[in-house]
Design a protein around this ligand. Structure first.
Ligand code: NAD
Ligand code: UDP
Length: 335
């Protein structure tokens, strides 16, 4: 029996596959490399000393994905495959809805066909919209999303809930990630965004590496944060990967249901705190300028991770210094 990991060559997927292989699970990865590179697969093997099956398949290609189910005894699915750039989703809504929503529908159709009804889905804190308070609790439910990317996550959550309502033998974990950063200790895998990055940590790394000359800090006049810059709940990608293992273990204990969890530390750090920590622990310079606020940004939000702790036994073990160190180690290491 195998676990199918869609998007397993990507940033979070590759770290999760490492953790799964370390636990001797049989893994089948499906990825079309739209936002990752084939070399990652070799790095995963190097880190773990273990092998897995891989298919270069677009999840939108029903025939080829069917083949994956036909050739393997897939017991559960961890579904990472999706496009994730917020700004790009505003420019290309059709591509985002098609890839993320239709791709998920194709996957779910095949899971139903092969009677494989256990799925862990990569959702995001963005589905909360703006609940009007910074500490997000699962009970808040979904709010109004502010971009097509966020809407795809919200729609897929709804689809999964509707699916369970139609057939309560489905066993579904929806994981709402906060802000994953960091990289595997080996320095072999990490986040490799193509072109100019949108997210804070990839941008900091390009500036520290002198590929870009400075970072724009989007606003320093926010209320409710320590220094006026935006604050987020950053978590180490390895902690996040382990969260998926715990979620799968939960599904293996349950008969069926829809289980929703925040995956975050419960603490928010400001942009300036991240810059200062990155500079200090890595002994590098990160020049920055204060710039206008980025449209759609909230001042501060963070997870209430109580439910994941109680029901999954999951807590983040890696702190902000380790996150900054491991991110930089990935960029600097001889891969
Ligand atoms: P990523 O882009 O590194 O990984 C996604 C992987 O999916 C890539 O390898 C890409 O090639 C693949 N993929 C995309 N569309 C595909 C398709 N149609 N068929 C096959 N493969 C396809 O992104 P990530 O940061 O690892 O994110 C993984 C998941 O987690 C995504 O669904 C993302 O939306 C979600 N998420 C990420 C964050 C974050 O900050 N990184 C936060 C919340 C949620
Ligand atoms: N941010 C910034 N400059 C950048 C990128 C991000 O000041 O070049 C800020 C952003 O305004 C937010 C925080 O960093 O307060 C995290 O942004 P990111 O895009 O990484 O995550 P998200 O906004 O999706 O939580």
């Amino acid at each position: 029996m195998s676990i199918l990991v869609t998007g397993g060559a990507g940033y979070i997927g590759s770290h999760t596959v490492v953790e799964l292989l370390n636990r001797d699970e049989n893994i089948v990865i499906v990825d079309n490399f739209v936002n990752s590179k084939p070399e990652v697969l070799e790095k995963i093997k190097k880190i773990t000393g273990k092998d897995f099956k891989f298919y270069e398949v677009d999840i939108l290609d029903e025939k080829k994905l069917n083949n994956v189910f036909e050739e393997n005894d897939i017991e559960s699915v961890i579904h990472f495959a999706g496009l994730k750039a917020v700004g790009e989703s505003v420019e290309k809504p059709i591509e985002y809805y098609y890839n993320n929503v239709t791709g998920t529908l194709v996957l779910l159709k095949l899971m139903r066909k092969y009677n494989c009804k256990k799925i862990v889905f990569s959702s995001s804190a963005t589905v909360y919209g703006d609940p009007g308070t910074p500490k997000y609790i699962e009970e808040f439910g979904r709010g109004k999303t502010t971009n097509p990317y966020g809407s795809t996550k919200s729609i897929i959550e709804q689809i999964l809930e509707d699916l369970y309502a139609s057939d309560n033998s489905w066993n579904i974990a929806i994981l709402r990630y906060f802000n994953p950063i960091g990289a595997h200790k080996s320095g072999l895998i990490g986040e490799e965004p193509q072109g100019i990055p949108n997210n804070l940590m990839p941008f900091i790394m390009k500036v520290a590496n002198k590929e870009l000359d400075h970072l724009n800090v989007f606003g320093n006049d926010y209320e409710g944060t320590k220094d006026g810059t935006g604050a987020r709940d950053y978590l180490h990608v390895v902690d996040l990967a382990i969260g998926h293992i715990k979620a799968l273990e939960k599904l293996n204990r349950e008969k069926s249901g829809v289980f929703i969890y925040n995956l975050g530390t419960g603490t928010a750090y400001t942009v300036l705190e991240i810059i200062e920590t990155f500079k200090r622990v890595n002994n590098v310079d990160v020049p920055y300028k204060i710039a206008p606020r980025r449209s759609g940004d909230l001042a501060i939000y963070y997870a209430d991770p109580t439910k994941a702790k109680k029901e999954l036994g999951w807590v983040c073990e890696r702190g902000i210094e380790e996150m900054c160190r491991d991110s930089w180690n990935f960029i600097k290491s001889d891969k």
